[in-house]
Design a protein around this ligand. Structure first.
Ligand SMILES: [Zn+2]
Length: 96
C-alpha cells in the first residue's frame, strides 16, 4: 500500500467523521497505528446491498493498538475506496 493509499484512507475517515478514541482494551490514548498492508476475510460478494466484498473476499485495512495489540479492521470498499486502491490479495497479509 502506497503513501497515497494511506492518505486516501485517512481522507475517507475524515469525510465520515471517524475519530480514534483511546483503545477500549488497554485504555491508552493515541496508540492506533494504520498497518501498511491490506488483509482480507474470505467471503463472496452479494448481488444486493452495499459492495462489501470483491473477487478476493472482504478487503480490510488493520489498525493496531501499539500498546496491547487490539486490532480494528476497516473495509476499504465500504470506505468507497475499492476502485482507488489495489485491494487484491497480492498485497495482503495472507502470506507469511
Ligand atoms: Zn490497546
Amino acid at each position: 500500500m502506497s503513501d497515497e493509499d494511506l492518505q486516501r484512507i485517512r481522507a475517507a475517515w475524515t469525510e465520515r467523521g471517524v475519530s480514534f478514541k483511546p483503545c477500549p482494551v488497554c485504555a491508552k490514548p493515541g496508540t492506533w497505528v494504520l498497518a501498511p498492508t491490506f488483509t482480507r476475510l474470505a467471503g463472496r460478494a452479494q448481488q444486493d446491498g452495499p459492495p462489501m466484498a470483491n473477487d478476493y473476499g472482504y478487503p480490510l485495512v488493520p489498525v493496531v493498538c501499539n500498546n496491547c495489540g487490539n486490532t480494528l479492521l476497516f473495509n476499504v470498499l465500504m470506505l468507497g475506496l475499492g476502485a482507488a486502491l489495489d485491494a487484491s490479495p497480492e498485497e495482503g497479509a495472507e502470506s507469511g
